[in-house]
Design a protein around this ligand. Structure first.
Ligand SMILES: Cc1ncc(COP(=O)(O)O)c(C=O)c1O
Length: 378
């Protein structure tokens, strides 16, 4: 097939977003450089305050990445060698890496077929006396219903840690924001996220004063005051330049998320009846923030559709092609192909289409038309 020459539509267009905030960002970076306060300075303090207030928790502890956030959160919750932590196999690898950093055992469970999120029945079946924590992952910007998980966790001394890396501004089933539901909750500000830094960054949110203090120490080599280290920590600091950029972007997040939701509705309408399965949208208060717009394509046609769109300059991604239980590095956990049929089917069918606040109606029409035309057999 010869490529059709048209404007490229990337999966995420970071340049288009930067164009809308360039002057502010440059001025903020300049201010940091003039001050030469490069780490844990006024911007980190202000961002921690502003992000906590946006999410609705007492504390936000800015760290170096979402992976740092998970690693520190798991450690601060007392998870250690021999403990079990339940999470999904259908997630980004870091969720499980962070469990392994604590020398704990990840217990990977199925997702629900419709939501593609953690299946509470599978969690219930996986609980043992060694279960120390459950990590629900709000994948694609859609929140997990935490109610059944909280019921399972209470009375058993099991901690819930939200992986909200893909859910900035999404709402939980109680109407509060993702990042308020667990004892500690983790965000990534990886560049492509709804709230993304221009490098690496993350945050942990919590209402627990003691844990917040511990996490602030852990992010800086476990020090209480400078050069006094009551515990062994990490270098997991958020830097001032990233914090300054995140402060600017946080002010736009609601507007950007609103546009993502409009785009998702447009995709839903234009793809209805095309033969692909559009994402299920919660009918209750839970607000989906569409970090990705991820469709399912059955009948073994997903990869051909991806190729077809690629030939037309349309960027797509598979989130995620190999479930964690089938990753080469996770072989030692002892899972086999066929252990999680729903997860494995989902991994073979998902395809994320271009989704970012600056995507134009016209670009979206072109993506949707191309999907329809492929599905019709053109
Ligand atoms: C679900 C999930 N968990 C954890 C992470 C890790 O975040 P980071 O890449 O900032 O370390 C990411 C993002 O990349 C993610 O999407």
């Amino acid at each position: 097939m010869t490529a059709v020459a048209t404007e490229e539509i990337p999966l995420v267009d970071l340049k288009a977003q930067y164009a809308t905030i360039r002057d502010e960002v440059r001025a903020a970076i300049d201010d940091v450089l003039e001050s030469m306060q490069l780490t844990i300075g006024p911007n980190v303090k202000a961002f921690d305050h502003e992000f906590a207030s946006y999410i609705g928790t007492k504390h936000s502890i800015g760290v170096g990445s979402g992976t740092d956030a998970l690693q520190l959160a798991i450690r601060a919750c007392g998870v250690s060698s021999g403990d079990e932590v339940i999470t999904v196999s259908h997630t980004f690898f870091a969720t499980v890496e962070a469990i392994l950093y604590a020398n704990a055992r990840p217990i990977l469970v199925e997702v629900d077929e419709k939501t593609m999120l953690i299946d509470p029945a599978a969690v219930a079946a996986a609980i043992t006396p060694r279960t120390k924590a459950i990590i629900p992952v709000h994948l694609y910007g859609r929140t997990v219903d935490l109610k059944p998980l909280k019921q399972l966790a209470q009375d058993r001394n099991i901690t819930i840690i939200e992986d909200a890396a893909q859910a900035h501004g999404a709402l939980l089933d109680d109407g509060k924001k993702a990042g308020t539901g667990g004892r500690v909750n983790c965000f990534s500000f990886y560049c492509s996220k709804n709230l993304g830094a221009y490098g690496e960054a993350g945050s942990i949110t919590t209402n627990d004063d003691r844990l917040a203090e511990e996490l602030r120490a852990l992010r800086e080599h476990g020090q209480s005051t400078r050069y006094y280290h009551p515990v062994i920590g990490y270098n997991a600091r958020l830097d001032e330049i990233q914090a300054a950029i995140l402060r600017i972007k946080l002010r736009k997040l609601e507007e950007w998320n609103a546009r993502r939701r409009v785009l998702a509705r447009m995709y839903d309408e234009r793809l209805a009846g095309s033969g692909v399965t559009v994402p299920e949208i919660p009918s209750d208060i839970r607000r989906h923030v569409f970090y990705t717009y991820t469709i399912r394509v059955g009948g073994g046609r997903r990869d051909d559709l991806r190729k077809y769109l690629g030939e037309r300059g349309i960027g797509t991604q598979i989130h995620y092609p190999v479930p964690i239980h089938l990753q080469q590095s996770a072989e030692f956990l002892g899972y086999r192909k066929g252990d999680m049929p729903v997860t494995e089917r989902v991994a073979s069918e998902v395809l994320s289409l271009p989704m970012f606040a600056e995507l134009t109606d016209g670009q979206l029409e072109r993506v949707a038309d191309s999907v329809r035309s492929f599905m019709k057999g053109n």
